[in-house]
Write a protein that binds this ligand. Structure first.
Ligand SMILES: Cc1cc2nc3c(=O)[nH]c(=O)nc-3n(C[C@H](O)[C@H](O)[C@H](O)COP(=O)(O)OP(=O)(O)OC[C@H]3O[C@@H](n4cnc5c(N)ncnc54)[C@H](O)[C@@H]3O)c2cc1C
Length: 309
């Protein structure tokens, strides 16, 4: 379907972008990032704003850098950059892996980290990876900037209509940490049906100190399960997060989706697989992200990234 007429602005300052959103009633002005989810929603009339506030020229939303023990990634960082950036691959390999599994090349060259998290599709690869890493979100609104946990967005009301997600912060993980990601995707179009991520920490002798499996499916929101003491039946524990009833199907395509029983089975199989892989990786010599270099703390400037417009 053709897009309806919609006004479009591309502010160069974050404050102006926030004002444009705040000046309009909820739903009448929307941020536009890569457009990979929003444009189809406009075309189908699921969203009917009068104004799009394009984030493409906001320098505050770009860059990759370290900040106070976190890897900070600008919200407008494209999925392709997440998958290929050397620092992200070293410090947050789970995010790089999830980004590489998202959509296809043309989607990844436009879709952004911030847009994917703001859209918050439950089985989205990057949503599950960022949830597994307990990501923090930097958000700007009319009242100023705030930091919130991604996990709290799914537990609460989410972003306000006049707030812009500016950056994502991922905790830098130390030696002995490991991760793995797995998904079942729809055979047509490749969108995820179920995504599962495992994050583990091990002692120098290989003992598992902490193991967590995060699950997001088309019928259930992202949920993290502590399986430190259930390593042998982690699949069953993860599967319990998927409702056996009809659940709350969250599906961006036709109003049909896989039944909950299929999602639960997929999660059980994936969870055992990714946990085994994460533990194997954690026990490899030199596993885990390098520790934060001294002096790279609080005010370390972000490293600019080259972005595909
Ligand atoms: C063919 C196809 C295949 C796809 N396959 C997958 C897949 O396998 N996995 C997957 O996860 N996704 C998939 N997608 C969706 C894609 O990953 C989108 O890029 C992503 O969901 C949204 O990112 P975006 O930058 O395009 O955001 P947009 O589409 O521009 O925006 C999405 C929503 O977030 C809001 N928003 C955007 N940026 C911000 C911000 N900084 N602050 C506040 N709100 C913001 C917008 O207002 C909108 O409501 C696919 C899309 C297509 C077209």
């Amino acid at each position: 379907m053709k897009l309806p007429p919609i006004a479009h602005v591309a502010p160069r300052r974050l404050g102006e972008a926030v004002s444009r959103l705040a000046d309009a009633p909820p739903g009448q002005a929307l941020p536009l990032a890569g457009g990979q989810s929003l444009v189809p929603l406009l075309a189908s009339r699921d969203r009917t704003p009068r104004l799009l506030v394009d984030l493409r020229d906001l320098g505050e939303l770009t860059g990759v850098g370290e900040h106070d023990g976190f890897l900070r990634i600008g919200a407008m960082t494209r999925q392709h950059t997440l998958a290929t950036h050397a620092r992200i691959g070293a410090a947050a390999p789970l995010v790089a892996e999830a980004a590489a599994r998202t959509g296809h090349a043309s989607v990844r060259h436009r879709g952004t980290f911030g847009g994917t998290l703001a859209h918050a599709a439950h089985p989205a690869q990057l949503v599950v990876a960022a949830y597994a890493l307990d990501a923090r979100l930097l958000v700007s609104g009319p009242g100023g900037a705030r930091t919130t946990a991604l996990r709290s967005l799914f537990a609460g009301p989410g972003l306000r209509h006049d707030e812009i997600l500016t950056a994502v912060e991922l905790p830098l993980r130390g030696p002995g940490s490991g991760h793995a990601f797995g998904q079942v995707a729809h055979p047509v179009g490749g969108r995820p049906v179920a995504s599962v991520a495992a994050v583990v920490d091990t002692a120098p002798d290989g003992t598992v100190l902490r193991a967590e499996v995060t699950v997001g499916t088309r019928v259930s929101p992202p949920t993290a399960v502590d399986v430190t003491h259930r390593l042998r039946d982690a699949g069953a524990a993860a599967g319990e997060t998927v409702p056996t009833g009809p659940g709350q199907p969250q599906w961006q395509g036709p109003p049909t989706g896989p039944p909950a029983a299929y999602c639960r089975h997929a999660v059980r199989v994936l969870a055992d697989r990714v946990l085994t892989e994460a533990i194997t990786r954690a026990r490899r010599p030199g596993a885990g992200a390098p520790p934060v270099p001294s002096g790279s703390g609080h005010d370390a400037p972000p490293v600019p990234t080259r972005e595909t417009p």
